[in-house]
Design a protein around this ligand. Structure first.
Ligand code: MG
Length: 299
């Protein structure tokens, strides 16, 4: 049984998230692409990014791609992603832009046999490019970005993650943080050396331990079997620094995805808006069969 962070059970029967090890991800044998998916998540999504009240430029970015070709829907599905760039001057903005563009392009390369391998390789492609730019252009040294992305394919969400942006699953009354923050303070919390409250106020809370731009980067990859009604939230730390999980859940449950993204950004700004803030909300309305998806004109 999987537990939420508040200790409440999310589901009594199935473990809803499973972390993949790199060896398992890379061990998938090649196979013929499927002509079309068996299951199509019927979703509505909304997104919002904002400079915040303090920063001079927005180094956060979100992007998405919802393919219409049946083969791409079957093999890769739709992707929603956020990045939070870092580095002086405009370097962070360039890092998040380059990382997202490269990640999406590499992910939809069908040479790779399966989704998790494609997610892993796409992160490596983004990492290689950001490192190359950082090393070759003075003033861009040390630039990097977080990356948290959800690929919705068949009945699953595949989440890939580096850094301290987050993916949450909101199912019924429960909000679960799917991703672990790759931050110095959260690693201390996981080891029992700091309390979550101390982490919140630590001067080291912005130090991240994994990001696009680092040597030998290992992303975390998770798979979440979806249920109709699930909502996924992807967000940067500009939201989670200011808005507690319970409020995120409440707003997302009571608004459309667009209105929820807008309202959550407003709440982060009202609380100080100390950072750029970005929110993507994906509401899984139904899991349709291919035939149903065609009948309603969704594909
Ligand atoms: Mg940030």
């Amino acid at each position: 049984m999987q537990s939420s962070h508040s200790g409440q059970p999310v589901n009594d029967e199935v473990e809803i998230t499973a972390k993949f090890r790199r060896s398992e991800v890379l061990a998938q044998p090649p196979r013929e692409p499927k002509a079309q998916p068996d299951i199509v998540p019927f979703v509505r999504f909304g997104a919002k990014t904002d400079l915040g009240n303090v920063r001079e430029n927005n180094e956060d970015k979100f992007d998405f791609f919802e393919p219409t070709e049946p083969v791409l829907l079957a093999e890769r599905g739709s992707v929603y992603a956020v990045c939070d760039g870092m580095g002086g001057h405009s370097a962070g903005q360039i890092a998040s832009e380059l990382a997202l563009k490269t990640f999406l392009k590499a992910y939809y390369d069908l040479e790779l046999p399966d989704i998790d391998t494609a997610l892993y390789s796409a992160v490596q492609a983004a990492n290689a490019l950001v490192r190359e730019v950082a090393q070759s252009i003075p003033g861009r040294r040390g630039m990097g970005t977080t990356l948290t992305a959800a690929a919705l394919c068949e009945g699953d969400a595949h989440i890939v993650h580096v850094g301290d942006s987050r993916c949450y699953l909101i199912r019924g009354e429960v909000i679960e943080q799917i991703t672990d923050d790759h931050s110095y303070v959260m690693e201390q919390v996981r080891q029992g050396l700091l309390s979550p409250e101390e982490a919140q106020h630590s001067p080291y809370r912005n130090v991240i331990t994994r990001s696009i731009g680092m040597d030998a980067l290992e992303p975390d990859i998770y798979r979440v079997p979806l249920q109709a009604g699930d909502r996924l939230v992807l967000c940067t730390d500009g939201l989670t620094t200011h808005v507690p999980d319970a409020q995120i859940a409440e707003v997302v449950r009571s608004h459309s995805p667009s209105a929820a993204a807008q309202r959550l950004v407003e709440m982060a700004l009202e609380d100080g808006g100390s950072d750029n803030v970005t929110v993507v909300v994906v509401h899984i309305l139904e899991l349709l069969s291919w035939e149903q998806a065609r009948q309603i004109g969704w594909v």
